[in-house]
Ligand binder design. Structure first.
Ligand code: AMP
Length: 191
């Protein structure tokens, strides 16, 4: 199986992070979550973390120039040479373009884009539950709604571009975690 340069897309609460991690271990490639990288910087109190926090806490996107540079650096690390799963990037049209540029500079291309599909009512219920369990700073009612709005307005339309390239694989994000992981693997022809 050669599909090892992947994006996993889907609204917050659709189980993207969980599925990215499962798929990454199946494929033995790193899962790269921009949200996790920002949270690590915020936790470490770095300059990047301070800047990111002023956006993440409100559910807004961190400015593209900051995010793009961070992703370019990460994708240039040696452990990514055999493949990667991007979780949470790209999130808008400018980031799609930047990613195309980064990959072309690296001389590689995407193999597939997985979109986890789930409806808003289900997502809201899951995110409220996660807020109780994990206590994420950006899981306030306002920030949750803002993140889902941004996803619907800016991120969901990006799947059209990937579909036109023949890369899109849509998978139902509601159900048993292991079943969804198997469905994703089948959609990617991963054994
Ligand atoms: P996530 O864990 O993917 O939900 O990301 C948490 C937060 O990090 C988001 O609400 C944004 O504030 C920020 N973030 C993550 N990925 C990106 C991105 N690709 N572009 C801009 N901001 C991002």
């Amino acid at each position: 199986m050669t599909a090892s340069r992947l994006i996993i897309m889907g609204p917050q609460g659709a189980g993207k992070g969980t599925q990215a991690a499962l798929l990454a271990s199946r494929l033995d490639v790193p899962a790269i979550s921009t949200g996790d990288i920002f949270r690590a910087h915020i936790g470490g109190g770095t300059e990047l973390g301070k800047l990111a926090q002023s956006y993440t806490a409100r559910g807004e996107l961190v400015p593209d120039e900051v995010t793009n540079r961070m992703v370019r650096d990460r994708l240039s690390q040696p452990d990514v040479s055999g493949g990667f799963i991007l979780d949470g990037y790209p999130r808008n049209a400018a980031q799609v373009q930047e990613l195309d540029g980064i990959l072309s500079d690296l001389g590689v291309s995407l193999d597939a884009v997985v979109e986890l599909v789930a409806d808003r009512a289900e997502l809201l219920a899951r995110l409220r539950q996660r807020a109780v369990v994990e206590g994420r700073e950006d899981d306030t009612e306002e920030a949750i709604a803002r993140r889902l709005d941004i996803y619907a307005e800016q991120t969901a339309p990006l799947t059209g571009a990937y579909e036109a390239r023949g890369l899109l694989r849509q998978v139902d994000g509601i159900g048993d975690i292991a079943d969804i992981a198997d469905t994703i693997a089948a959609a990617l022809d991963v054994r």
